[in-house]
Unconditional design. Structure first.
Length: 167
């Protein structure tokens, strides 16, 4: 139940935050501060952790390796920033997804806590897996640039393995 509330809240927040954000110029290097935050945090055991940007326990585990991936998910010409796990699995597991919001700048719209993961799928579809005990709940989302919101899809899509730039 806790995960359903998180997912529902995330979708509601995504829709609310993205409404009406067209029209402002997006800086060329909008994601640099976020990349710097992750790089510094991973190198100093998260001594720089901010109250407004919680870090998953998985990122605090020094045996894990992380990287980032830039991908234009919504077709607006600006790449979104995905933070993921570098491992040998057949699909890339992401733990954070950032977009540029013209009213507030860089904004984390999805954060995988200790009980769910985000995956990039074909056709820029986002898959989010959450667990209730040992049973996963799988949800698919697609950004709708015309309405400036994410929609829950009643479809499946193949997850991708992508090359992450290491921190």
């Amino acid at each position: 139940m806790k995960n359903i509330i998180k997912i529902t809240a995330a979708v509601a927040m995504i829709t609310a935050v993205l409404t009406g954000c067209a029209g402002k110029k997006i800086p060329d290097n909008w994601y640099n501060k976020t990349l710097d935050y992750y790089s510094e945090g991973l190198s100093n055991n998260w001594a720089n952790e901010r109250d407004d940007l919680d870090v998953s326990e998985e990122m605090k585990d020094s045996s894990n390796k992380f990287g980032y991936y830039l991908k234009d998910l919504d077709g607006d010409g600006t790449d979104e920033l995905l933070i993921g796990i570098i491992d040998d699995l057949a699909e890339t597991r992401f733990i954070d997804l950032y977009i540029w919001h013209s009213d507030i700048g860089s904004f984390r719209i999805l954060h995988a806590g200790d009980d769910y993961y985000i995956y990039l799928c074909e056709n820029n579809i986002i898959r989010m897996d959450s667990w209730h005990g040992s049973t996963p709940e799988i949800r698919y989302f697609k950004y709708d640039s015309g309405n400036n919101s994410f929609h829950v899809l009643d479809t499946e899509s193949k997850t991708l393995k992508v090359e992450l730039t290491p921190f």
